[in-house]
Ligand binder design. Structure first.
Ligand code: NAI
Ligand code: AKG
Length: 527
């Protein structure tokens, strides 16, 4: 598989990917070049420079994943990606410290006029009076957005003896107390803060959240920092507010249009400190995000779920650790029920028993659906598009949880209703090994790998031997065999692990054996 790296990404990430995939690096790719090249690639990695538009997704033929080496995914059309079943993932933690420290650097530079003082001193001037600054100590800092970076900034501001008021619609009082800050409304921040810094994504709600009307509410002489996303603060209105003296200083790292070019309203203002989107630009952060995005993209290309995917239900790293071992089992169970079902499947129910019920199991259910759809669809089914494909095909997906588990610490039961029959398969993990433990109520212990042949039959002498002879005559090696146990009188199930392809003729011959009800092949190669 081929990975296109469209913006400059640390070699450490490239090295990880190169072990498994063909990696093409094009750090200065234009929009036209991206459109031209994308059809041949399975994965695309970008930073903030490349725009992954709906046209890019439309042109993509093999694309499975877009990895963002950083936090913000506003340069990627997530809707178009999801519609096409492309996973979008980011690297949310690798540059947190870099962006947090850059915010502090910007705030201090602005407060002490460092950039302009440096520029003029370099030229031989000596302006000690002109560049008298202000202290952070005792000032009120308003932090809008209390996520990873916002909370890091709040923590550092407290160390500078600032009073911190935070606003974040998704942060409660208890969390604010733990951070040692006061939680307030936006108006509290606008009316009380001496410094305001924003740390949220650019969304329809946050776009131009700070503009002419909000400046009017702010304390005269307020200082603003934006190291989050261009467009949260209206740039032209900010320039006006600086000129009018309402805003005493602004420190801006991110812009509505990047690169900002010349003739930008914020250029040429002494009170304004500008950096060219440098928040994440430290050696450490670039290695961090490159390594994280490389592992994420590699996992996605292998068909494994990724905890940093942004167009799937979010799963914490902790929960992911618990549920990850079940994905393989769940996909193989999905493949088994699909192979045993006759006709179109209309409903799939996944029941969870035991310890696993304590965590969010939605992604395990998705893994069952993915495994169930994979054998029948030509297009790749993945963790992003599996629920949508099931819905499109009118397959009802249900999941139930029951903390009690009789014989196993954890048990997953998959039941499907198909046009001509109903199927039930149960599975568990022995350590990290997947095992199918019942098939249609027959107790088995099947390692769901390679190919298995499932034959329900009458429990009487000779049947198993005859099947063995047919296989032998066809040159098919049986490398494992299970005969189920059941309370269902007179019937049993035979599960043969076979090493070779089996033709329709041989299958028909097996079914023709007296006492054999059916013979269904489960080919796990498609999982
Ligand atoms: N300048 C740079 O190079 C960098 C910029 N960033 C940007 O910084 C921002 C924050 O990043 P993280 O802290 O890692 O993200 P995060 O996801 O940890 O935090 C974002 C916070 O914003 C809050 N939020 C969402 N909507 C809000 C609203 N309407 N009002 C107030 N708060 C709201 C969320 O509840 C969340 O707590 C992102 O936009 C990211 O793209 C991140 C890294 C580097
Ligand atoms: O890729 C970059 O350097 C920018 C980082 C950034 O803005 C982000 O992670 O959101």
């Amino acid at each position: 598989m081929k990975v296109l790296v469209a913006d400059g990404v640390s070699q450490k990430g490239i090295d990880i990917l190169s072990k498994e995939f063909e990696v093409v690096e094009k750090p200065k790719l234009t929009a036209e070049e991206l459109l031209e090249m994308i059809p041949e690639f399975d994965a695309l990695i970008v930073r903030s420079a490349s725009k992954v538009t709906k046209e890019v997704f439309a042109a993509a033929k093999n694309l499975k994943v877009v990895g963002r080496a950083g936090v913000g995914v506003d340069n990627i059309n997530i809707e178009a990606a999801t519609a096409k079943g492309v996973i979008v993932l980011n690297a949310p933690e690798g540059n947190t410290i870099a962006a947090t420290e850059h915010t502090m650097a910007m705030m201090l530079s602005m407060a002490r006029n460092i950039p302009i003082a440096n520029e003029t001193t370099q030229k031989g001037e000596w302006n000690r009076k002109k560049y008298v600054g202000v202290e952070l100590r005792g000032k009120t800092l308003g932090v809008i957005g209390l996520g990873r970076i916002g909370s890091g900034v709040a923590k550092r501001a407290l160390a500078f003896d600032m009073d911190v008021i935070g606003y974040d619609p998704y942060v409660n009082e208890e969390r604010a107390q733990n951070m040692g800050i006061e939680l307030g409304t936006l108006d509290d921040i606008y009316t009380k803060a001496d410094f305001i810094t924003v740390h949220m994504p650019l969304t329809a709600q946050t776009k131009h959240m700070i503009g002419k009307e909000t400046f009017a509410k702010m304390k005269k002489g307020v200082r603003l920092v934006n190291c989050a996303r261009g467009g949260i603060i209206e740039e032209a209105a900010l320039a006006e507010a600086v000129k009018d003296g309402i805003v005493a200083g602004a420190a801006i790292d991110v812009f509505e249009s990047e690169p900002m070019g010349e003739n930008h309203p914020l250029q040429g203002l002494e009170k304004v400190v500008l950096t060219p989107h440098l928040g994440a630009s430290t050696v450490e952060a670039q290695i961090g995000v490159a390594v994280d995005v490389a592992y994420g993209v590699a996992a996605a290309l292998r068909g494994e779920p990724v905890s940093t995917a942004v167009n799937m239900a979010p799963v914490s790293a902790q929960v992911m650790k618990t549920i990850r071992p079940y994905f393989d089992l769940a996909e193989r169970m999905g493949c088994t029920v699909r192979s045993l079902a006759e006709g179109a499947i209309s409903e799939v129910e996944v029941e969870y028993n035991g310890e696993i019920t304590k965590v969010d199991t939605k992604m395990i259910t998705t893994a069952v659906v993915k495994g169930m759809l994979n054998p029948i669809l030509q297009d790749a089914v993945n963790y992003v598009n599996a629920p949508g494909i099931a819905k499109e095909r009118n397959i009802k997906v249900k999941s139930v949880k029951n903390a009690e588990a009789d014989n196993f610490a954890n048990l997953i039961t998959v039941r499907v209703k198909a046009a001509k029959n109903a199927v039930e398969v149960q599975g568990t993990l022995f350590g990290e090994e997947a095992r199918i433990v019942t098939i249609n109520k027959h107790r088995v212990d099947v390692d769901p790998h390679a190919r298995i042949l499932i034959c329900p039959h009458i429990n009487c002498p000779g049947v198993i031997g005859k099947v063995g002879s047919i296989m032998g005559a066809a040159g098919i090696n049986i490398s494992g065999m299970q005969v189920g146990k059941t309370d269902i009188k007179g019937t049993n199930i035979m599960v043969l692990t076979i090493d070779n392809e089996i033709s329709a003729d041989v299958l028909a011959e097996v079914v023709s054996v007296q006492g054999i009800f059916d013979a269904k092949l489960v080919n796990f190669d498609v999982v």
